[in-house]
Design a protein around this ligand. Structure first.
Ligand code: DQA
Length: 151
């Protein structure tokens, strides 16, 4: 049976620089490569995977708000530095009530103390961190198979 889900992959600030940005933390893959892999994975399931990156907090908020009317079933989000600062993006996700997985390329818990707190993790269905670009693929596979809990 084809999977008709619509999944939104959101990338926060500076992730447009993947491939050149601190590869010791974030790996060598570019964002375009990662997004192409995710789109291909989704297609294999017959699902629609749309990716969006922004360095601007309000654009991420507006994209999240748009999921209220665009048929998005699930969100995979790497909020990047906004993970540790943005009550506004957290509130947008809470408002939409869309299930989401939080992804980080690096293991934020093995890094500076300010990266240990996330404004998102307690709302997320799950969190993947430290597995590099593969983390997005695992999150997407999860999203493709996700069934909301009843009640
Ligand atoms: C990140 C971790 C954040 O602390 C950092 O600000 C990022 C990327 C990650 O994917 O490991 O920009 O979210």
């Amino acid at each position: 049976m084809p999977n008709t889900r619509k999944i939104l992959v959101l990338h926060g600030p500076n992730l447009n620089l993947l491939g050149v940005r601190e590869p010791q933390h974030y790996g060598a893959d570019t964002l375009a490569t990662i997004n192409a892999r995710l789109a291909e994975l989704g297609q294999g399931y017959g699902a629609q995977v749309q990716a969006f990156q922004s360095n601007r907090e309000y654009e991420l908020i507006e994209r999240i708000q748009a999921t209220l009317s665009d048929g998005t079933d699930f969100i995979v989000i790497n909020p990047a530095a906004f993970t540790h600062t943005s009550v506004a993006i957290r509130d947008a996700l809470a408002a939409t009530k869309k299930p989401f997985v939080e992804v980080h390329l690096s293991n934020v818990h093995a890094r500076e103390a300010f990266r240990h707190h996330s404004y998102f993790s307690d709302l997320a269905v799950g969190v993947i961190c430290g597995l590099g670009a593969k983390g997005y693929e695992y999150a997407l596979r999860f999203a493709l198979e996700y069934t909301p809990k009843a009640g």
